[in-house]
Every structure is written in structure tokens, then in C-alpha cells.
Design a protein around this ligand. Structure first.
Ligand code: HAM
Length: 420
């Protein structure tokens, strides 16, 4: 084998493709019912867009971007590592906020790229279902989006997932809190990454997988929030509670992108701790980003859901059944003339959206053709030989019941339609 797929990427085949398509359909359905409009942004954007939005000191910008240089070397692009920044760039560039009523509500299903160490649920090319609500700051926005995420998971069979919520306050709150954290972590033994984080962004120590569990008396950000920030957080939690969404307040939830302000949340796979990449959905409020990128001063909130992680969860369900769609009809022909007829009849079925195929190598070997029909899991096999050509009929075999019937050619379509 000369070529292998790049590390951290996946080929999606047969039943996995059917499952993925099913999931996309479910996503589009729920997004539509919550009045979101689909948006697609380019696969790559200017690198600086991500530096200015996600933040210079984040892991994504420091270590994980796939960069592309133009031939002249004048421009550097990055394969998009996340979906929020491109959507906001597009909204500013197209001045969408001046053309449509606020809040703008967008969703996307797109591939993202991060140069991470691959493992189960962590890929270098992965896809996200993301939503962004732009132009309104109101606890009902957070609640509505978290409820949408939560009911989506339930709808696709993923129950008992854990919703964690926190508030990161405004920039002044975070500035004060960072000073408190720096003092707290000073002289503590920590991993090498956290030794840097203490200088660049001590908040990130809180979600370090190595260090965060080693300390149980870390000062809580809640105690440093302004009164109105506390009220906002409490209002969101109240609405969630009134709508029967179970959540927990997690003071250590900080998220890995710098654009977040105020409310952040994650949904993890709570009851399935067998794999460590367990954040299925993550998001939060980013009220400063649009202005920061040169647009209007508008608040915004959104989340991203990792589609591959959702698929792992779905496949691990006890009652999961592969959704592979069978071929509906496979034609077997026993002579050259029969082959020409099967080609024609197959086209008729295809025009009627019936998934059908025929033996293309003009082999007259009956056993071989039946083997192909079997491998395609076809529901019906249609056999055409000399006798059938003479009588203008075809033999239709139901491969499940093994019942064979002889049907007039002109009745083929209505017969198959009636049986499927
Ligand atoms: P994020 O937390 O970086 O947020 O990613 C969102 C989700 O994408 C994660 O919860 C996870 O399910 C999935 N994900 C992230 N990295 C990988 C990976 N390497 N392999 C597989 N899945 C992965 C964002 O990207 C924000 N843009 C979300 C957002 C939208 N915030 C506001 N609006």
C-alpha cells in the first residue's frame, strides 16, 4: 500500500455514511424548528482572523493550526480550527446585521482542522454542528440554546448527559480574578504547561487535566463576579431549572478560546467515562468579538457540537442498529438481449428514486450474479432470461421471503413500489 489517510482523519463508508446523513438530517430539522438559517464559510481563512478571535496564547493558535502560505508568501491562511470566527467575519463583511432583524440566528455543519495528538474522539479533521445567535444578550438566549442542545441529544437517544455552566464575568472581573489565581498558584507544583499558563492565562489552569484535580481550595470566580453578572447567571440557571434541564454550576469551567465573556457551558458524556475526550458540546457568550473584529458592538452567544464524538456515543448505545440502507433492486441478465433490457428497466426504477443496479460485466453466470446481489443486500433480485424476453415478463425474487413471482414488464414499477 503506497498511500494511507493522513493521521487524525477518517474515511466514512457505507453504514457510517448512512448514520452521518441521518444525523445531519436530524440537525437540520431541529435547527430549522428553532428558526436558525444555515451558513457555510470557506475551508480556510486568514490566519490573523483566528489569532485575533481565539487568542494568541491559546493552544489552538500556538500549536494546532494548519497553515497555508500563498506562492508569493505574502498571505498566510489557516484551515479553520473552529466555526465562530469565520461566521462573525462573514456577518461583518456582508453587513448582515444591517439587512436582517436581530438577533441573527445561524447554524453550520462544517469540517474543522486542528493539529492535535489524535485519539478516540480527537481528530485532526473533525466536523461541528455549530450555532451562533448575534445581536441580543438575554438569559433566554442562553437557556433556549442549552435547551435546544439538550433536547437534541435526547432526541437522538443520548440521555443522561451532564450540562455544566459557569460565568467568566466581564474583562475587569477576569482581570481581578487572574491576579487572585496568580497569587494562589504561586509556588505550587504544576505541569510545564501550567507553569506557562500562570503567566499567560492562569484561568486555563482550571481545566488542565493534570493539575485541576490536585487542588480543592481554588478561589471561585463566582465570588468575584459583579452583582449583575451573578444575577444573569442565576437567571439562566433558573430558566433551565423551570424547564427541567438538569445542570451543575462548575466554577472550574473556563473553555479554551479567549473570546468568551460571561456565560460558558459544556455538555459532557457523563455516563460514559470510557473515553477521555468527553466534551460533546461546548459554547458560551462572546459579547466583544464582533466589535473586536471590526464590526458593530453586538453581543453574541453560540455553541459547537463535535459530530464524530456524537457518532461514537450513538454507536455505543445498547440498542444501536446499523442503519445501512440496502440496495432495493438488483438485475440479473442471462443473455446479451436480457442485459440491454435490464439496463433500460433499471433506468426506469432509478427515475422513480428506487435504489437499483445491474450486473455490468455482461457475465451470464447466474451464481456469480446472485452472489453480487447478496453482497449488495438487495431486497429484490429481478432475473431476465430468454423465456422472460419472449413473454414480456420478468422474475422478481423477494430476497427476504424467498418468494419468486413472474410479473409483466409494464407492471414492474407498480409492483416494486407496492412492495418496498
Ligand atoms: P470547542 O469547544 O473548541 O468550541 O469545540 C466544540 C466541540 O467540537 C467540542 O465540544 C468537541 O465536541 C468538538 N471538537 C473539538 N476539537 C475536536 C477534535 N480535535 N476532534 C473531534 N472533535 C472536536 C468551539 O469550537 C467554539 N467555536 C464553539 C462555539 C460556537 N462557541 C460559541 N459559538
Amino acid at each position: 500500500m503506497n498511500y494511507l489517510k493522513p493521521r487524525g482523519t477518517e474515511d466514512i463508508l457505507y453504514s457510517d455514511m448512512d448514520l452521518l446523513r441521518w444525523l445531519h438530517e436530524k440537525i437540520r430539522k431541529i435547527a430549522n424548528s428553532y428558526n436558525f438559517n444555515e451558513i457555510a464559510t470557506p475551508t480556510f481563512e486568514e490566519r490573523n482572523l483566528f489569532i485575533h478571535s481565539i487568542g494568541d496564547n491559546t493552544d489552538i493558535v500556538q500549536k494546532e493550526m494548519f497553515l497555508l502560505e500563498t506562492k508569493t508568501g505574502k498571505k498566510v491562511y489557516a484551515l479553520k480550527p473552529e466555526g465562530t470566527s469565520p461566521v462573525i467575519r462573514s456577518i461583518i463583511e456582508n453587513k448582515i446585521y444591517d439587512k436582517f432583524p436581530l438577533p441573527l440566528k445561524f447554524f453550520y455543519i462544517q469540517s474543522m482542522y486542528r493539529y492535535e495528538r489524535p485519539q478516540k474522539g480527537r481528530l485532526r479533521q473533525f466536523s461541528q454542528f455549530g450555532i451562533e445567535v448575534i445581536g441580543e444578550a438575554n438569559p433566554f438566549i442562553e437557556s433556549e440554546c442549552i435547551m435546544m442542545a439538550s433536547s437534541f441529544l435526547k432526541e437522538i437517544g443520548l440521555k443522561n448527559k451532564t450540562v455544566s455552566i459557569n460565568s467568566l464575568g466581564n474583562s475587569k472581573t477576569r482581570q481581578n480574578y487572574k491576579i487572585v489565581l496568580k497569587k494562589y498558584f504561586n509556588n505550587k507544583t504544576m505541569c510545564d504547561d501550567c507553569k506557562t499558563r500562570i503567566i499567560t492565562n492562569p484561568l486555563r489552569i482550571l481545566d488542565c487535566k493534570i493539575d485541576s484535580n490536585n487542588f480543592n481550595d481554588i478561589p471561585k470566580i463566582y465570588d468575584y463576579l459583579e452583582e449583575k453578572e451573578k444575577k444573569y447567571l442565576n437567571d439562566v440557571m433558573e430558566i433551565l431549572k423551570n424547564n427541567n434541564i438538569k445542570y451543575k454550576l462548575d466554577n472550574n469551567l473556563v473553555r479554551g478560546l479567549d473570546y468568551y465573556t460571561s456565560i460558558v457551558f459544556e455538555i459532557t458524556n457523563g455516563d460514559n467515562p470510557q473515553w477521555s475526550q468527553n466534551t460533546l458540546i461546548g459554547g458560551g457568550r462572546y459579547d466583544k468579538l464582533i466589535h473586536q473584529l471590526g464590526g458593530k458592538d453586538l453581543p453574541a452567544f453560540g455553541f459547537g457540537m463535535g459530530i464524530e464524538r456524537i457518532l461514537i456515543e450513538i454507536k455505543s448505545l445498547k440498542d444501536f442498529k446499523s442503519t445501512t440502507k440496502n440496495t432495493d433492486v438488483f438485475f440479473i441478465s442471462l443473455s446479451e438481449k436480457a442485459f440491454n433490457l435490464s439496463f433500460l428497466l433499471c433506468s426506469t426504477l432509478r427515475k422513480n428514486n428506487i435504489k437499483s443496479d445491474f450486473n455490468k460485466d455482461r457475465s451470464k453466470d447466474l451464481k456469480r450474479q446472485f452472489r453480487i446481489s447478496d453482497k449488495l443486500n438487495s431486497k429484490f433480485t429481478i432475473i431476465i432470461g430468454e423465456k422472460e424476453l419472449k413473454t414480456n415478463t420478468i422474475n422478481i425474487k423477494n430476497n427476504k421471503t424467498k418468494v419468486k413471482v413472474n410479473v409483466n414488464i409494464k407492471d414492474m414499477l407498480s409492483f416494486i413500489k407496492g412492495e418496498l
